[in-house]
Ligand binder design. Structure first.
Ligand code: WAQ
Ligand code: MG
Length: 278
């Protein structure tokens, strides 16, 4: 992990978008963009906000802020995909991987139950992630309605181009993967032991488990088609992490991915674990 100066004459901006309809959240995005691509990216996000499958937004908020502090540069997590037969099988395999990472059963159950039932106390989806202390199995995010929203993370342009060819090589498609990989890379860099995620989008059923040990591991069909519930759980040890610094790092620190770690072609969990050990 190295710190580098900004390229000449370029300002790095945090660009955030939040779209809602009748006060309820539809979609959001977080990017880090140099000045020369800011207009183009805003337009991309606007198109996404008003053309979302959950329904068109009636309110779209953009926040643009110049990054002032140091930027951290890092490599992405490697991407893998586990071949599974159905939702039940996917869920079992994702739980098995979390367990191999060292997450206790009670914390795994808490994450799956809460995300599938609607993790906010009002029964809806959270806008951010829940934090689970793996020693107690309890949720410890300060605001359980909102959760922790990770931002200020992105790929540098060259890394993003490489990601496209790497994705073809390992048979992975779509822009959701890119965003989720960037986010998970920062979440793990922050000292999170593992992350569990699946989308709240009713027609996007692939989820993932991320960790330092195994990278970004995708599980297709982790939820049923049509299901509107989704969310993220960050597993951590409260006793080993300064929670305020941890949250501030996730929300505020600018992290740019400059290099990709090579991933793996789709395989069964067993094959993946075997090839990973080698
Ligand atoms: N920080 C923390 N939590 C977030 C953030 C964020 N920036 N953005 C979304 N969430 C939480 C929130 O609870 C959402 O309801 C939930 O995650 C899902 O968000 O094929 O698309 O944007 O490899 O719907 C993962 C698989 C896709 C991609 C995840 O999430 C693949 C996805 P969505
Ligand atoms: Mg969504």
């Amino acid at each position: 992990m190295v710190k580098l100066p900004l390229p000449d004459d370029q300002i790095l901006y945090s660009l955030r978008m939040r779209a809602s309809r009748e006060q309820s959240h539809i979609s959001g995005a977080e990017r880090l963009i140099y000045s020369d691509r800011l207009h183009e990216e805003m337009e991309n996000l606007l198109n996404r906000a008003i053309g979302h499958s959950i329904g068109n937004a009636d309110e779209v908020h953009f926040t643009i802020e110049a990054i002032k502090g140091d930027i951290l540069y890092c490599d992405s997590l490697p991407v893998s995909t586990i071949v599974t037969t159905d939702t039940k099988n996917s869920s079992e395999k994702a739980r098995e991987l979390l367990s191999l990472i060292g997450i206790p059963e009670a914390s795994i159950r808490r994450a799956f139950d809460d995300i599938s039932e609607g993790a906010s106390p009002d029964g809806g989806n959270m806008r951010g992630a829940m934090l689970i202390d793996i020693d107690s199995g309890n949720r410890i995010e300060p605001d359980p309605f909102r959760g922790i929203r990770v931002s200020r993370i992105d790929f540098e342009e060259a890394a993003e181009r490489n990601l496209e060819s790497e994705m073809i090589r390992i048979c992975v498609r779509g822009s959701r993967v890119k965003e989720a990989l960037a986010l998970a890379t920062k979440v793990i860099l922050a000292g999170t032991i593992a992350e569990l995620c699946w989308s709240d989008n009713p027609d996007y059923t692939t989820g993932y488990v991320a960790s330092k040990k195994y990278g970004y591991v995708r599980f297709p069909k982790l939820k049923q088609e049509g299901d509107r519930k989704g969310g993220r759980a960050f597993f951590l040890r409260k006793s080993e992490i300064g929670i305020e610094n941890y949250i501030s790092f996730l929300q505020k620190r600018a992290v740019l991915i400059t290099k990709l770690s090579p991933g793996f072609k789709p395989s069964s969990l067993r094959e993946f674990l075997e090839s990973y050990e080698n």
